[in-house]
Design a protein around this ligand. Structure first.
Ligand code: BTN
Length: 237
């Protein structure tokens, strides 16, 4: 198994640094203490001051058969939930939920987000985790929260990064836990199904309630008028 790891003090974006590192390895990791041009989903910026986690994990496509790829966004949400929960006091874990497909929430505030990009042989998985600071959100996104407020030790950042990297590599070896049915079941158990969300980038920003997830990782929602819709790539806030 060939891997490459790069831990930086500051970088424009760990996504861009990962592209520079990508060759024919099996897995790669680039992390940074701060980013000057952090990228969020849909071209939005990701505020990246010191104290939080900025990491990109690269998975060579030879480790991503179609069956795994379809549910990888949900699988990544599970890794994030489980790795973060392991560093929190037991009574804080119940505050930790997932918002489709893989935002990590604490008491409804966004503590982490994931950006996936394809690059050559690699799928790059960028993960931003608020540990010490919850940056102010001024663009209509979900208000933020940070794991430090929920009791995560501020010196636990490296342990969390390493645990995520280990989980991404180990998952295919645990055929039972990472069978599609198991991912769906465990992911569903981490969602707050009573919480309504807005479809952020759609005119009128409709309010929807999540109802179900299918084997492609799509989310069924109910609109205020009772109609139902399957979401594929929308962003919920
Ligand atoms: C989101 O908008 O929810 C996804 C945010 C992803 C941010 C991370 S931080 C590490 C990696 N490098 C980036 O520039 N973006 C991702």
């Amino acid at each position: 198994m060939q891997t490459s790891e790069l831990k930086l003090a500051s970088v424009d974006s760990t996504m861009e640094a990962a592209k520079g590192l990508a060759a024919s390895q099996d897995f790669l990791l680039v992390s940074a203490e701060a980013q000057t041009r952090g990228k969020g989903t849909r071209g939005r910026p990701w505020q990246s001051r010191p104290g939080n986690i900025y990491v990109t994990l690269g998975v060579n496509r030879r480790h991503l058969p179609p069956a795994r790829l379809a549910l990888l966004p949900l699988e990544m949400g599970l890794h994030l939930w489980e790795a973060a929960a392991a560093l929190l006091p037991t009574d804080s874990r119940k505050c930790l939920t997932l918002k489709w497909p893989n935002d990590l929430l604490i008491k409804g505030g966004k503590a982490a987000g994931i950006l996936m990009e394809s690059y050559g042989e690699f799928l790059l998985i960028g993960i931003g985790i608020n540990v010490a600071a919850a940056p102010e959100v001024t663009d209509g996104g979900t208000p933020s929260a940070c794991l430090g407020q929920a009791g995560m030790p501020l010196d636990g950042k490296d342990a969390l990064i390493d645990d995520l990297y280990r989980r991404v590599q180990a998952a295919p070896k645990d055929a039972e836990a990472y069978a599609a049915e198991s991912i769906l079941l465990r992911w569903q158990g981490k969602v707050d199904w009573d919480r309504a969300h807005i479809i952020r980038d759609r005119p009128g920003k409709p309010l929807v309630l999540p109802l179900a997830v299918n084997g492609q990782g799509h989310l069924q929602v109910r609109h205020a008028d009772g109609s139902r819709e399957w979401l594929v790539a929308e962003y919920l806030a």
